[in-house]
Write a protein that binds this ligand. Sequence first.
Ligand code: AMP
Length: 281
Amino acid sequence: MIIFKTANELSNYLLKQKERGKKIGFVPTMGALHKGHISLVRQANTANDLCVCSIFINPTQFNNQNDFNLYPVTIEKDIEHLLENDCSVLFLPTLKEIYPKDYQAKHFELGRIEQLLEGQFRPGHFQGVCQVVDRLLEIIHPDNLYLGQKDYQQCMVVNRLLELTERKNEVALHMAPTVREESGLAMSSRNMRLNDGQLDKAKLIAKILFTIKENLPAATTIAELKNQASKQLEAAGFLVDYIEIVNAKTLESASDKNEPLIAIVAAYINEVRLIDNLLLN
Ligand code: AMP
């Protein structure tokens, strides 16, 4: 595995690889890698000649300074995991490489998607995500981009970014399934901030999502299912940003059980904000 720390060196290297006809798969991450990230690396490796993984904790997508300061960093272990999984290239940039002095922050017209769910509770978050992804795509020019369903709305936002920046023909976006612990808990770097008791409690999030899926066919209304789920989370002591059952294509509220539906949740255990989702039909 080659580790690049500068954008120029990486771009030049990848350009040469592309000239040789090599296909590039790209997995952007913020590190503290777990099996969810590694599943993306494996997918990229299988379907491409080169797998490029980036580790960069992007400050512009954090709307909470404390969350940024406490974001886990496990770089040595991350490198080991990537080596074990035959990742070809690791991009480990400094802040200046991603946002050089002359970097002009762009604004992306994301439309409705930016106002819903995560957009509502994390103002500015998706602009930050778009800034970093746009910059990384400019440096890497991958053929295939791998994101996790764990961040479902982020996948939709990045899809919109590809449309806006006319990259749809250049790079194909692949959404990989959420990897879960045996307990059902969606793997997340932020889980590292939870103690055993909190990890035990966190399982309830996935349990509730799976219960919604199970109960959907028999439920009279979607609202009833949603309200039950919300009450359960609150009763267990979560601070709930949202738990919604929405149209999976638009993320707008849904009332018809035959629409494509997704149950989607963001809730805090103490200071740690966890998100998860489940496609229902
Ligand atoms: P992050 O490092 O949290 O920014 O995540 C980097 C990528 O890994 C994103 O595309 C995430 O959606 C994806 N990812 C995070 N957790 C999981 C998971 N449990 N299963 C699958 N993909 C994941």
